[in-house]
Design a protein around this ligand. Structure first.
Ligand code: MCA
Ligand code: AMP
Length: 495
């Protein structure tokens, strides 16, 4: 296949299409993280040096801090044709141990000086040198070869590794370039984590594929967004929680309003952006946020187009190359474009993952016999084809801050606490996070129940801080049906 990053590879194999003379690309800033940045020339050298070290490796883990080294490590792995497994540096012991044993990387790439947890002790470590310089080995990997393995939560059990092929990266990023008129002149700003598709694929590999630039904030702040958009950045990516915080800050922050008003494109995704926040931002800035809809397993499926109508509450139209259908419970496709016939979204196209690592059962269950991926998201289609997501099939999946979190995983962690006899986890609406995690527990000793903070810490230490319960409710007994199954709907109704 042609290179994933035409602007990084020189020579006769270099595909045309960036529209920029190589010399000009070489001196252009590709990545900026805080005070540190790399031009295309420097990135080609640094990622080339990583690639040269990796050639022959099976799979590598990347300690995905929001730093320059992570971007260089993943780019280097992709240049070498080696699959990268991004690790959340805040993963707790249990989560990390699972991901590392399941993905079995040959080595771990990290920034010099980063302290790695003991779960990674057995792995050879490669310190990423952002000042390194070596030509990358020739790109030999094929379209179907794995590029990334991204761990994503299901309703029960530990996270599954979605194997994302190189073709999916190219297909999704090029489809977004078409939908968003995304070019080498765009300078993206965001503060998204780099261990998920949104921040890593769209937010880091996206600008590099376009020969454009990205400025990462290290951590999200409205001040950082305002500063960068007022200083040449053209696009902003964020999850709804970030746009909600922007909407909250706008009334008292004219600099922020000016920044957003001057942006070329404001894009939200990973969860639904409430219409109220859409409208508050539009009223204060004169600009409308557009939404796109994706998933770890499918990368991006739909988007409101830059040249289309930015309609709040919808995720736009299928991207070029993506086939999308709505189906009824029994699998019958819905043909109506009436804004009210609800069905599950199923998709097909080059943007899809290939499998869940070591989980043929889960992979088979995720696809229909004729190759459509079942997203589990429920939607309607407007007469003009705009997709409006109205809910999701599984109540045991919670979206909090844009992170997908499986209730079962948290229940299992809570049950490992000696003070917990029974546990059930639900999501409830939260203005900031979209949904917040609620733990319903029956304490082992009602006279001395564990404190809320202790349970939150317990889950954060084992799994990850974003999976910790924000609310803990105590019960004498959990409501169960005759089969013994916990009736979560009764819990939510009682709240
Ligand atoms: C608090 N903290 C704790 C505890 N309590 N740490 C350990 N134990 C505790 N008990 C720490 C947290 O680690 C965090 O530290 C800080 O306190 C604040 O925590 P929290 O309130 O959870 O975080 P936040 O600052 O409110 O985070 C909001 C956020 C975040 C920034 C919006 O949720 C976020 O980055 N979301 C992005 C999710 C995302 O990228 N999803 C994409 C997946 P510290 O501040 O130091 O971290 S979906 C996807 O990829 C698909 C394809 C798609 O469509 O996009
Ligand atoms: P993840 O599994 O973490 O990749 O999250 C994918 C899920 O996020 C999808 O299945 C949707 O439920 C949700 N999602 C992503 N983008 C949007 C959006 N713009 N509006 C509503 N839900 C979204």
């Amino acid at each position: 296949m042609s290179s994933l990053f035409p602007a990084l590879v020189d020579g006769p194999g270099k595909p045309s299409g960036t529209g920029v003379p190589p010399d000009e690309v070489r001196g252009r800033v590709a990545l900026r993280f805080g005070e540190r940045s790399l031009t295309y020339g420097a990135l080609a050298g640094a990622a080339g040096a990583v690639a040269a070290r990796l050639s022959g490796a099976g799979r590598v883990a990347v300690w995905a801090t929001p730093e320059l080294e992570t971007a260089v490590a993943v780019t280097g792995a992709l240049l070498a044709g080696v699959a990268a497994v991004p690790l959340n540096p805040k993963s707790g012991g249990k989560e990390l141990a699972h991901i590392v044993s399941d993905s079995a990387p040959d080595l771990v790439l990290a920034a010099p000086g980063d302290e790695l947890p003991s779960a990674l002790d057995h792995l050879e470590r490669l310190d990423v040198d952002v000042g390194g310089s070596a030509p990358p080995p020739p790109e030999r990997a094929g379209d179907g070869d794995p590029a990334l393995i991204v761990y994503t939560s299901g309703t029960t059990g530990p996270p599954k590794g979605a194997v994302v092929p190189r073709r999916a990266l190219a297909a999704t990023l090029d489809a977004l370039a078409d939908a968003w008129q995304w070019t080498d002149r765009d300078v993206l700003v965001h503060g998204l984590p780099l261990f998920h598709v949104h921040g890593l694929v769209l937010g880091t590999l996206g600008p590099l594929r376009r020969a454009g630039s990205v400025r990462h904030l290290g951590r999200f702040s409205t001040e950082g967004v305002a500063r960068e958009l007022n200083d040449g950045a053209t696009m902003l990516f964020g999850v709804p929680t970030m746009y909600h915080r922007i909407a909250e800050a706008l009334p008292g922050d004219p600099e922020l309003a000016r920044a957003l008003g001057g942006a070329r494109l404001l894009v939200s995704g990973s969860a639904a952006l409430p219409v109220h926040d859409h409208e508050r931002i539009a009223a204060a800035t004169g600009r409308r946020v557009i939404e796109r809809y994706g998933m770890t397993e499918t990368l991006m499926n739909t988007s409101v187009r830059a040249d289309g109508e930015a309609r709040a509450g919808t995720v736009g139209v299928p991207l070029p190359g993506v086939e999308l259908r709505l189906v009824e419970e029994d699998g019958t496709p819905i043909t109506e474009y009436d804004g009210e016939s609800v069905g599950e979204i199923q998709v097909r196209g080059p943007n899809l993952f290939t499998e869940y690592l070591h989980r043929p059962d889960a992979t088979a269950a995720a696809f229909t016999a004729d190759g459509w991926f079942r997203t589990g998201d429920m939607a309607v289609r407007e007469p003009d084809g705009y997709v409006r997501i109205v809910g999701r099939k599984a109540t045991d999946l919670i979206k909090s801050g844009g992170y997908k979190i499986g209730a079962g995983e948290i229940e299992n962690a809570l049950l490992e606490h000696p003070g917990v006899r029974e546990a059930a986890v639900t999501g409830e609406p939260d203005a900031d996070l979209g949904e917040r995690i609620v733990a319903w527990i029956v304490p082992s000793d009602p006279q001395a129940p564990p404190s809320d903070a202790e349970l939150a810490d317990h889950v954060a230490r084992r799994l990850a801080p974003h999976k910790r319960p924000r609310v803990v409710r105590h019960l004498d007994v959990l409501p169960r049906n005759e089969m013994g199954k916990i009736m979560k709907r009764a819990l939510v109704a009682d709240a």
